[in-house]
Design a protein around this ligand. Sequence first.
Ligand code: PBG
Length: 326
Amino acid sequence: MNFHRGRRLRKTASLRTTFRETRIAPENLVQPFFVVDSDDEGFESPIDSMPGQFQLGLKSLEEQVSVAVDAGITSIILFGIPKLKDNIASQAYAENGIIQRAVRSLKSRFPDLIVITDVCLCEYMDHGHCGIVKNNLVLNDPSLEILGKTALSHARAGSDMVAPSDMMDGRVKHIRNLLDAEGYYELPIMSYAVKYASSFYGPFREAAKSTPSFGDRKTYQMNPANSREARREAMADIEEGADIIMVKPALPYLDIIRDLRQNFSLPVAAYQVSGEYSLIKAGARLGHIDEKQMVMETITSIKRAGADLILTYFARDIALWLKQEE
Ligand code: PBG
């Protein structure tokens, strides 16, 4: 018969494995952690909307990172929850801020682990916005200075990569210049270049206690309806000195990941965000879906679309599943 017989190469598990086009390795994954500035370093509080994720004191963080490293995780990203929030985000760049302390202790215990630090102000501001606020407006240029200070303080603490997620214009350039001037010219910047104003961040804001007290983030994060603008944002960050460009969220924006992959030669990262995680967890809890299969399918889709690196709360679990299959 002279028609296409796609089933010939799907016939057995070994044929399917042989002709599989996309593979996931633990090195492609980044595990996020939430670290709390608490007097009780053994502090551990489950995040209701993200079953399996915790706010962790410094000591608990070390333990959880150790578990992830044993599972095969090679990169993590840290988010901090400070004791004190104010209107200048002073704990974001304090030498003894929670992130700075966490980086120092993790790097001394796990020297080979890639420790990425999220550079943003929303968790450190009493109003929960990602920049300096005046008259209920989020001001761009005055925010750059403290974003720069924050990135520099992470560099001094020993961060392996800074990841600005604030979406202020010009922040990559500002951070790059400052890092270079201070001798950190080899510290990579992973920019949240294409970050949409998304409903999928809801659970994260509970986890990081960073819900804005007024308004929303639509004046700085992107309109989900736009794709040409994504290319423009990526181009700007590349010109400003980004080493890796990120798309966020991931699964609802696979077209954008593909577009950046095809148009730029830099590594592309994608963030499977809190809402993507919570949906799968909730569906699995209700017994409507198979968690492991759905996680692997979403991660494979994100990689197939063109992401080199995937930030996901499932990272450690995926690494363990991959190990079981070996
Ligand atoms: C900080 C930041 C956010 C996320 C990562 N960095 C929240 C936001 O922009 O509101 C979201 C991550 C997630 O939802 O998992 N600006």
